[in-house]
Design a binder for this molecule. Sequence first.
Ligand SMILES: Nc1ncnc2c1ncn2[C@@H]1O[C@H](COP(=O)(O)OP(=O)(O)OP(=O)(O)O)[C@@H](O)[C@H]1O
Length: 666
Amino acid sequence: MGTRRRFSRRAGSGGRRDRRPRGARPEAAGLPELTTHTWHAKDLELAETGLVTVARRLPAVIAQATRLAWRASPADTAATISLNLLAGVFTAFWLLATTGVLTALFSAGPTPDRVRDALPSLALVAGAVALRAGLQACAGWSQSRLNPQVQRLAELRLYEATTAVHLAALDDSDFLDELQRAQTRGMTSAPRVVQQAVDVLTGTVGMAAAAGTLGVLHPLLLPLLLLTALPEGWASVRSARMQYLTMLSLVEVARRKWILSDLMVQREHAAEVRSFTMRPFLLEQYDRQAAHQRGVELDLARRQTVAKVSGDVLKGIATAAVYIALGFMLWNGAVPLAVAGTAVLAIRSGQSSLVNLVFAVNQCYEEGLYFGDYLSFCEKAERRIPRRALPAAPEAHGRLPDDFGRIRVRDVMFTYPGADAPSLNGISLDLRRGEVVALVGENGSGKTTLAKIMAGLYDPDAGEVGWDDVPLTKVPPQEVWERIAVIAQNYTHWPMTARQNITMGRGGEHVPGGAESPALLAAARASGADEVVDGLARGYDTLLDRRFKGGAELSGGQWQRLAVARGFFRDAPLLICDEPTAALDARAEHQLFERIRTHADGRTVLLITHRLASVRYADRIYVLEHGKVIEEGDHAALMARGGVYADLYSLQAAAYAAAPAGEPDV
Ligand SMILES: Nc1ncnc2c1ncn2[C@@H]1O[C@H](COP(=O)(O)OP(=O)(O)OP(=O)(O)O)[C@@H](O)[C@H]1O
């Protein structure tokens, strides 16, 4: 939102510099305009941030990175920090020992004597250099060990939260936006921010070592270090920013390319791409974007070269100025020759540390923005985990009766997050143990929403659902989920084997002797999934996803049979069936309703369906309209009442009755 506003403001501001493309976006004839995407919102923020702000906010980012690294591995974090600090000490030591070497070499006397005098200092230099190299190698090793550990921690934290948040959070578009940003960019920034924070530390230590040495040699040498390092630092940051802003200007082009490339490579679009002869259109659109990108990137290469050359020229001028200043100090007798020699070495070493430091500060800040997003999302998500699911909450110890006598729904009201109108408007109903209860009503009347509330997936805004006298809000959600089986309207095609699609990891393995488990076979037979599995090359062990080697694909109805088998396999006292037959053929549908009619092995069944012929055997039928129960009773009572149910039933029955003779009646 804010991002979009910022863009339009800038577009209208005329005189202000537009950070969007050098060269406008390519024509996207035939393609709709894209919204600004939130995952690159921080890119825009960064583009507007100066180096001073970056430096001011940096300590907070570094503190966050250090805390994360510490949690991932205290040993590796401590090793990385202390080894880098030690390496810095040896850098300073090496530089100072060099003065001893040079002093001995530049002293008066025969050359062999001077070399002999220099040997102890030379040994110190060699020792310090070797130790520093060893320390740096160990620091590098512990730093690379930190990365995967931090990544793992960051991923787990996010997924632990997203799989536990209240379902309502996933209906909240702001939450989804933040989730996408945290997942696509924030999560990967965690190890990077740690890496960059360590680079900032390394650069600072290197700089401090060189600066300290120069300070010891002569205080005037310190400003000379800054003078030589700044042009190169400036050039590298400028080049990085150019790259960054170019990437920014290409975000929309990149998104269009993704969308187009998806259409050109994904299997599900392949048939229509061909049958509607979309190929030339898609290729032409893609090439238009790619050509634009090529032009922008070639321009970037040219500008980066100019920046680098300018930096090099400035660096050359600064270096010349430094050597002139040093020469002047030598000539003046302000510094001896040996000190000047060491100063040259210290300046060179400090120069590269400063360039690295400036670059690392910039990068660390950028990653820090995304990392901040990630952290704030995780905190928000953790706050949206139902309280009763947390071990510390008193409700976490509540239990539901295994053998409920009655499920009561009382005056339940519910509005989806961000929705204008309530989906449930004061609903009350009862399910007694062993009953088949049906919910019917027109599209959007609230049937699925009610089923989800009864399944403990949403909490009602008002009213209550209880198993006997225990409200669902007083027990952890797992208590409900362990006791229900749901055949959902929109079920998942799990990319797993047929067996796992039915058992969901709850048994169903071969019994001793190699035969299939009786529970698995019974569920498959009841749903017609057995016929599907019979046709699979590896039976129950066939992988049902073409993305995997040897994977098979099923038809819509075949998938639904598996979803039904999944519901039957689960040993749960309450079975919720939400439109379980939409994709089933007539025989499978009949078979399923027969099983439901016979109470599915003594289970209590909540059945939602538009096939009214199959609800006539239900013990009770509730008719919903605009989130309210408008009629209730068994089939005979509702037909006798002549209301909405009777109307809908008669409509469906008439369709069959009007069929030519010979076709089956309802
Ligand atoms: N996730 C959601 N976010 C916002 N509104 C929703 C959401 N899901 C459903 N709704 C709205 O809630 C109302 C009830 O929807 P629900 O899915 O419960 O109806 P239904 O009776 O099951 O319909 P159908 O027969 O078409 O399956 C509808 O107006 C729908 O637009």
